[in-house]
Design a binder for this molecule. Sequence first.
Ligand SMILES: *[C@@H]1O[C@H](CO)[C@@H](O)[C@H](O)[C@H]1NC(C)=O
Ligand SMILES: *[C@@H]1O[C@H](CO)[C@@H](O)[C@H](O)[C@H]1NC(C)=O
Ligand SMILES: *[C@@H]1O[C@H](CO)[C@@H](O)[C@H](O)[C@H]1NC(C)=O
Ligand SMILES: *[C@@H]1O[C@H](CO)[C@@H](O)[C@H](O)[C@H]1NC(C)=O
Length: 521
Amino acid sequence: MAKALRPSLLLLASISLLLLSCHFRHCCASEDPKISSSDAAAVQVEEDELDEFEDDDSTDELHQHGKQDHEAEEEAEEEEDDDDVDSDQGWGNNEGDGVAIDDKEVVVLTGKNFSEVLLANHFVMVEFYAPWCGHCQALAPEYARASVDLKGEVLLAKVDATLEHQLAQHYEGAEAEEFTSAARQDDHVLFYQTNDLKVAQLLPFKKELIAPALVLLKKQSERVSHFDGKFERSAIAEFVFKNKLPLVIFFNRENASLIFESSIKKQVLLFASPDEATSIYPLFEEASKSFKGKVIFVYVDTNDTDLAFPVLQFFGISGEKPTIMGFTAVENGNKYLLEGDLSVDSIKKFGEGSLSDTLKPFLKSDPIPKKNDGDVKIVVGNNFEDIVLDESKDVLLEIYAPWCGHCQALEPIYNKLGKRLRGIESLVIAKMDGTSNEHTRAKADGFPTLLFYPAGKKSFDPITADVDRTAKALYQFIKKHASIPFTLPKGNESGKANVDDVSTQKLDIEKVSEEAPKDEL
Ligand SMILES: *[C@@H]1O[C@H](CO)[C@@H](O)[C@H](O)[C@H]1NC(C)=O
Ligand SMILES: *[C@@H]1O[C@H](CO)[C@@H](O)[C@H](O)[C@H]1NC(C)=O
Ligand SMILES: *[C@@H]1O[C@H](CO)[C@@H](O)[C@H](O)[C@H]1NC(C)=O
Ligand SMILES: *[C@@H]1O[C@H](CO)[C@@H](O)[C@H](O)[C@H]1NC(C)=O
């Protein structure tokens, strides 16, 4: 119980931080344009507060709190809308009038005793309010109740911002406003504000600390990042964006959203077993420092086969030795392979190449077959250019999967077609196993996919052969789209007889429906 107490206090403090500032912001904006913003500051001064960043549990909770803050804020906004309706309807002003609020547990603070009280208490929540502010009045009974509930745990205090100008300014200055505004943009990071030197002293500031200063703390390596930009919302938000992610994300289910939901689309991945990682990981992490906020660095433990296998398969690598791959996480994004030595320099160069889109895409590929003189040519990732994109040939390519039933049904027909068209120099009938080979110019929308690449037009998208899967229909399709006209070679009997042979063999049995069926990818 005692252990759970501290994080729950943090939760309360952070929710309230936003709630209060929200209430106050609205009423001030409508009623006193001179005071543009306010804040409640939740301040905690004990050293072990920072130690909690070490603690896994507390960090996980912190993460959630960020989200709850937003929900709380939204609720607060809704409440306020309700309030507005009430007063607009003019049903008299019931708010606060005549209702005695027992807020004797809420401590009144002024500029004179503010710091003293903050120092003397573990947690202090301060509400800056204006007496004329309707939303502050509405909050008062809640605040009073909370002060009783939290007695002994959190001290709830209030400062009349209309009287304590200097104090209020300190917390509501332009910088605090920029900070608060940046905080609203990010629901994964908790934002705290303090004017307590003791807190600052716990942080490794290199030079003398000059306020306002901003640091970002995280439990992963690096731990502390110092902000040295201009105190403006955009600069603060950018700083947070760049520094909030760990240098390297450890890939697992729990962390997957950090990778896949990020707005950063460039990724560099290290595949290695824990043993291999002992020497490579430090290099990987060091290199990642140059790419904060630009490239996500991910470590995949290849010993964890359940987790690693689909990733290895996606990238088309074995994972037998430490491998670094790049990926652009967009539709049909390219993969890249870091070839050669793995060093800080080579990884950095690889990352830069990924950013400038100057890397050569890596294609999944089976080995290029040594012998490839059948009627149906074998295409793999690495001979795709040579065979399919040869401008001097009309090429029909079937992309199949070994396990796909429709592909198996097509095979004898396809072989027959290849055999019959054998000897036509300008024409290639080819197939590619789409599960272990790929090329950016070959998009399969299921298996089998039949694509036709006419000679001389290889820079255009291929034509999809959406015809019956019969030798006749395919033959007619080729005849229609081939750039280079051809005639069927004479068979042993007569050429004519052979075409008829091909077309009359009742291969239409394979035809299942008007739309040629496909297996899912
Ligand atoms: C702080 O000072 C004000 C004004 O003198 C006083 O009313 C208030 O009770 C003081 N608060 C504390 C906690 O001493
Ligand atoms: C990912 O998960 C591991 C193990 O569950 C954890 O130790 C690590 O801190 C998590 N976060 C990141 C960003 O890697
Ligand atoms: C990883 O797998 C290899 C080979 O199976 C094994 O020798 C090694 O001990 C494993 N390492 C860990 C940390 O599990
Ligand atoms: C023609 O017949 C011969 C022998 O009967 C055979 O070896 C050859 O493969 C046939 N050619 C074609 C194109 O079918």
